[in-house]
Design a protein. Sequence first.
Length: 669
Amino acid sequence: MSTLIDTARTLVIGRVDPELGEPDWPLKRVVGDDLWVRADIVGEGNGLIDAALLLRAESEVGWVEAPMRLIDNDRWAGRIRLERNARHRYTIEAWPDLAGTWHAGLTARLIAGADVALDVAEGMALLAAAAERDPDGPDGGLLRRGVEAAAALADPLARATLLADEALRDAARRHPDRSNATRYRHELALMVDRPLARFGAWYELFPRSQGRDPAKPRATTLREAEWRLPDIAAMGFDVVYLPPIHPIGTTGRKGPDNAEAARPGDPGSPWAIGSSEGGHEAVAPELGGLPGFEHFRDAVESHGMQLALDLALQASPDHPWVRQHPEWFRRTPDGSIRTAENPPKRYQDIYPFDFHVADPSVRAALWAAWLEIVQLWVRRGVRAFRVDNPHTKPIAFWTWLIGEVQREDPEVVFLSEAFTRPRLMQALAAAGFSQSYTYFTWRESAAELGDYAVELATPPISDVLRPSMWPNTPDIFPHHLDPGRPWFEARAVLAATLSPAWGIYSGYELCEVGRLDDREEYARSEKYEIRARDWEAPGNIKPLIGALNRLRHDHPALQRSDTLRLQPVTGSQTLFYRRALPDGEPDPLNGEPPGWRDALFVAVNCHPSQPEQAILHPDLPAIGIGWDEPFRFIDLRTGEQRTERGADLAVTLDADQPFRIFLIEPVGG
């Protein structure tokens, strides 16, 4: 009670938005974004309040401030431009607006003709105190001159009229007495990423399967795999992502299609990491070792792309850590190390680590070892990691590890491969993952896809989880791709235009089909054997993928999640949506801008095996075109341009052309 009695801080700050569940979970933004923060700020009586949004990089002490303003019923909003790729903290500070309160009272009394002698005396003291807080500045000089001029006047009314000058009030408000200011109880975490954390196209490549002769597959080194890079770059990809490139164990090695027994010469799964030749710090000799990696990394960068590596926190039974640190692994009741499993599957070639080991010193050593592994690869020039199965490790571990890595090098991006429960996916994202795989792979109908895309693009989910949409992965060949090319085209268009980040596993551009039994798994999976392909095979969709990636770079609306708006459509299996840039400042209360510009529209038949006659109803007034006004329609696939009138566009979406992408512009615009 004594603390409350002693304090003069009587304002209350609450309902801060955005604020994640834990102060150390970082809100996510990208360099160049505006950070908007809203909060309830309440004080007693009718006195006025002022407030500021405070921001600082974690490596700095001083705060940068931006003014907040009252927007509605004790709800305040402020924004600040984010210009530095770094981890930050933000908070709110509020204080009584003594100058504004005094000025409002004085003005009211002058209008009413009331006695203002006490107001004049109070104001002269208040303005003089404000001047002392800016002794050498222009506001201080203005305030001193105002007080001196008022003091020289004998008539109280004349004094009051002079002091009521709004310029004096504003100068005093810029130098308030903040000795009794109220600071929000938390300094909230914020990660300001480089653009790749939100926007980019990823291509997953098994370097050992890049032989040039499909009839004679042979294992290739990283340097030999470089011949594929011009083709990948020509398709417009930003990131080349490699599965684990470390030595592969022999104990429990799997054969083709995850067979329990490997045959002589079977290469094993890259995720069975570690052998006598090294662990997570090493590069497999058959890939060319560390020199081969460094040459491949430089080649990727020379083609204008970035390299991402898989980070799989698991080990082969032959991993050096099994011998050096047996206490780091899970044990069975008989004391043996437990192999990994995902019932009914068992992975006899993999040992999971025990992140819940009871001994704190053992746990600390394990965490520190993984931090050193990540930092080692960062020092080797890797700035992006795809993390395998992060949902099987503690969220606290990821909060710590990602935070430590990004404080040292804020350019590092982490992609979460966690196909798990929605709340757990969101918690991992909130803990620090830059991007997350999504359920897009399994959303099929137009209604499902539309609802899910809007959910991902809307706060509070969009404040923490940045979606990355993948039509396929080495682990997942969804059933809806079985019919072939039209489905591959439709799903590529959806992934590339619904999400700022998307990716494909190599072979997708060839519309590759073939599954194991009735499971969503590829037959003859590259995870267990060497493959070779004809990358120019007839029927490939490389031109489409390249066009989509160029479109994404040419239209900034596709580089953000908040630009997505579903549009009405007559046609049950057609998804129709708009991607446009805000035209003007967003409303601080509800976040909506007054209008939109550079409007790109996408219509996709989500079941392209069945032709659909769809009527598209674009929201023309939202982009500044009246319902009956003419507009220019620009088909971005064919280049056709024509003038249309009215918001009823009839299209046929079938296996030959399952999508339309077009711009709508004002005539003459």
